[in-house]
Design a protein around this ligand. Structure first.
Ligand SMILES: Nc1ncnc2c1ncn2[C@@H]1O[C@H](COP(=O)(O)OP(=O)(O)OP(=O)(O)O)[C@@H](O)[C@H]1O
Ligand SMILES: [Mg+2]
Length: 368
């Protein structure tokens, strides 16, 4: 299976730029996810790859086949791209059995009857739906229909599988199960896959790599660990997981220990954080601090060497079953934190390790 290369992709609708210079490479057999908030351009990118939308400029290739080139203009029609497509709406033909739904793309490709049966049974077997091959779509549950849609997406062995929010019609529990089998199916088939979702948990758990989109631009491409641990921008940090973004000012040059002191807000609170390249004393900065990396402690002396201690007022505490969630105030800053235990006091200490703080030059404009 070949790799997919997208370069300098631009697209506008009626003069409004929707994609700005999008570029990424999906390796052979890779599970690659386009992730971002609603309206950021994920589906438009996927549609350009599928050939359902026409980019203004850029190139799209799979292996050495050019699907689209803005200069000189070349466009391969969708049906000649040999891609597997699965959308949120399963789009099964209601008057056809499951097997006949899968037969359709094979007939279009002039596959013989005997070979069709073999391919259909094989694809249905992969999604555990072989025993329901002669039913009609209305006789299946939503989750079963979704499996059939996936089987139809892979039955003709496409070069690349394109999935646009295929699990979003399922309820939360079924979505969890579907994630597990979708991942093992993709591994088994070994197909290069581009997956679109706005659900970060789905993206993190399924993907080899994730491309984070915001406002039609690519913010970062990386493994789930890279995206979570070292988000490239405050916007990515704010979108993935629960991250406090605290406005501040660097008030000290980097020390030998590789940390700098950042003054937070306007009330003199400060944090020592691991320095980032390009951060200078006197500069405004944003500190990203994940909720689950803050340790709540009744006693400040619980902090180890070099660990920051901030004194916070508890504004609200809610029980979510697995943990307690806290809305806190530190000076004029609002923070969100989590803890496995309930702390009763109105005042609490926040223990924060310098290496758990993400430091970005400049003020932030959080998204998501
Ligand atoms: N055919 C169209 N005509 C005009 N504008 C469009 C068209 N299709 C998409 N857009 C606009 O392009 C932008 C990106 O849309 P797109 O469908 O790619 O977003 P998305 O990231 O898939 O969002 P969602 O998570 O809500 O599906 C949006 O502002 C949308 O309104
Ligand atoms: Mg979409």
């Amino acid at each position: 299976m070949p790799e997919l290369v997208v370069e300098n992709l631009k697209k506008s609708f009626a003069g409004n730029a929707v994609l700005e210079d999008i570029g990424f490479t999906v390796a052979e057999g890779e599970f690659f996810t386009l992730l971002g908030p609603s309206g950021c351009g994920k589906s438009t990118t996927l549609s350009c790859v599928a050939g359902l939308e026409h980019p203004d400029s850029g190139t799209i290739r799979v292996g050495d086949r050019v699907f689209f080139d803005g200069d000189p203009r070349t466009t391969v029609p969708p049906e000649a791209r040999n891609l597997g497509l699965v959308f949120q709406s399963y789009a099964l033909w209601p008057h056809m059995t499951i097997a006949d739904n899968l037969a359709l793309p094979l007939k279009l490709r002039k596959v013989t009857k005997t070979e069709r049966k073999r391919l259909i049974d094989d694809a249905l077997d992969k999604v555990d739906m072989l025993h329901l091959r002669d039913r009609y779509p209305h006789q299946l549950s939503g989750g079963q229909q979704q499996r059939v849609a996936l089987a139809r997406g892979i039955v003709y062995a496409p070069g690349v599988l394109l999935l646009d929010e295929p699990l979003s019609n399922l309820d939360a529990k079924m979505r969890d199960q579907a994630r597990v089998w979708l991942k093992s199916l993709q591994r088994e088939v070994g197909i290069t896959t581009v997956y679109v979702t706005h659900d970060q948990i789905e993206a993190m758990s399924l993907s080899d790599r994730i491309a984070v989109f915001m406002d039609g631009r690519l913010q970062q491409v990386g493994t789930p660990t890279e995206i979570y641990e070292t988000p490239a921008t405050p916007e990515v940090a704010g979108f993935i997981g629960r991250c406090n973004l605290l406005a501040g000012r660097v008030d000290e040059a980097p020390s030998d220990s590789g940390t700098v002191r950042v003054e937070l807000g306007t009330t003199g609170e400060h944090l020592r954080v691991v320095r980032t390249d390009g951060v200078r004393a006197g500069q405004s900065a944003t500190v990203g601090l994940r909720s689950e990396r803050i340790t709540l402690a009744d006693r400040a002396d619980a902090a180890g060497d070099g660990v920051n201690v901030l004194r916070a007022t508890v504004k609200q505490c809610s029980y979510t079953g697995a943990r307690f969630e806290y809305e806190l105030a530190v000076g004029d800053l609002a923070l969100h934190a989590e803890s496995p235990v309930r702390h009763e006091g109105r005042e609490i200490n926040l223990l924060i390790r310098p290496e758990d703080c993400l430091l970005y030059p400049g003020p932030s404009s959080p998204a998501g």
